[in-house]
Design a protein around this ligand. Structure first.
Ligand SMILES: Nc1nc2c(ncn2[C@@H]2O[C@H](COP(=O)(O)OP(=O)(O)OP(=O)(O)O)[C@@H](O)[C@H]2O)c(=O)[nH]1
Ligand SMILES: [Mg+2]
Length: 381
């Protein structure tokens, strides 16, 4: 276990991911690292021998505890790096899992993270077993060939126990969901990129007081709160933010969150309209890909164009237009509602749009009252 103190780290960033450098720095900081030096490499999966040597020499002087390779290095690359530099090496997936592990609150989340970690570690352990058979295992790594073999067996048996326990937890969750459904509640999942303002919106609608913040992954636990919206009992779900190019292992690790999205009756996709056009477009496109992949596009999607208080009217117009273009490529007649979660602008319109759409498709719900769309806000967990 690493201590919770800040640790010195090197950051290796592939040239192709240069524009992810800021994101990498933020994630490293959130995970508890102080990046003292950034190295650039040509590939996302390997390093040249010369560069490894150069890094190893600097490690002696700077003494970082960790090297973060912000890519998907091959097991053999990680092995080489550990062997030459004699410090631990963390890749992008592990870095994100470390952040998740720091914040995980529920048994289910912890199990999911552990499972993702083991799955991610297995190819590396296999590489070590291979090297140990070649007599190449560096002594400082501790266990010899036999110990590594038994560690591997431990990992695989742990994996099957975790699977069983998760299946049990999932069953319970499904039952709870079905029971809420039977009680006529509809489920609305609030999704979107890290820091788009999902929790701010969730708080504004439900009256909850969940933590919000500029750093990504402020929210790591989904939360349900039922609110009475125009006579309809709606359960809002605050979720973990998407990140760009989410590694598949992490998507799986967050199966629980994704399942909540998949079974929702409607989805609010929060986008940060104050971001520049290129980023906005890229994130919306990628976000829809994630939604499609987890088979969540069966439910209506409402786009909450958040943070309108940060942009002037001209910019707002042009960005809404871009949003409309991008979204209408994926869904018919998209519903884009400009809002400010913090200033509480546009919330009633957003909710009215959602309830009227759902009412149209679900005639068994009571229609909303004609006049006064005022939302009756009553938080209950
Ligand atoms: N100006 C302005 N800032 C906002 C608005 N909504 C959210 N923010 C700010 O944006 C930052 C991120 O907000 P969160 O609600 O934590 O975002 P999130 O999407 O839940 O983020 P993660 O949980 O990390 O994925 C915070 O600093 C909020 O205060 C808004 O309407 N206007
Ligand atoms: Mg949040």
């Amino acid at each position: 276990m690493r201590s919770s103190l800040v640790e010195k780290a090197y950051l290796i960033i592939p040239r192709g991911l240069e524009d992810h450098l800021e994101e990498a720095r933020v994630l490293a900081r959130v995970a508890g690292y102080d990046v003292v030096r950034v190295w650039r490499t040509r590939y996302t999966w390997r390093l040249g021998r010369g560069l490894i040597g150069e890094i190893a020499r600097s490690v002696e002087a700077d003494k970082p505890s960790t090297i973060i390779f912000y890519g998907d290095p091959r097991p053999s690359t990680v092995f080489q790096l550990v062997k030459e530099c004699k410090v631990r090496v963390v890749d992008r997936v592990t870095l994100i899992l470390e952040i998740f592990a720091k914040h995980a609150g529920s048994r289910e989340a912890l199990l999911q993270i552990e499972m993702a970690r083991i799955k991610h570690e297995i190819p590396l352990v296999r590489e070590w077993i291979r090297r140990s058979k070649l007599g190449e295992l560096p002594g400082f790594l501790g266990p010899g060939g036999y110990a590594i073999d038994s560690y591997y067996r431990h990992l695989t048996s742990r994996l099957s126990r975790i699977r069983e326990e998760l299946e049990e937890l999932r069953r319970t969750r499904r039952l709870r969901l079905e029971s809420r459904r039977r009680h006529g509640m509809i489920h609305v999942a609030i999704v979107g990129y890290a820091s788009a303002g999902k929790t701010s919106l969730f708080n504004a609608i439900t009256g909850e007081n969940r933590a919000v913040g500029e750093e990504p992954f402020t929210t790591l636990q989904p939360k349900h709160t039922a609110v009475n919206v125009n006579g309809v009992k709606v359960v809002f779900i605050d979720t973990v933010g998407f990140i760009r190019d989410v590694p598949p292992e992490i998507v799986e690790a967050f199966h629980a969150v994704l399942e909540e999205i998949k079974h929702a009756d409607a989805i609010i996709f929060v986008v940060d309209i104050s971001e520049e056009e290129r980023v906005l477009k890229e994130k919306v496109e990628a976000g829809f890909k994630v939604l499609a992949r987890i088979e969540a596009l069966g439910a209506p999607v409402f786009i909450a164009a958040n943070k309108i208080d940060l942009v002037d009217e001209g910019k707002l117009k042009s960005r809404l237009k871009i949003l409309e273009e991008v979204v209408s490529r994926v869904i018919d007649s998209p519903k884009i509602i400009p809002i400010s979660a913090v200033k509480r602008i546009g919330l009633e319109e957003l909710l009215a749009t959602i309830t009227s759409t759902l009412n149209r498709s679900k005639p068994h719900h009571e229609p909303p009252p004609e006049a006064g769309l005022a939302v009756e806000i009553r938080g209950s967990s």
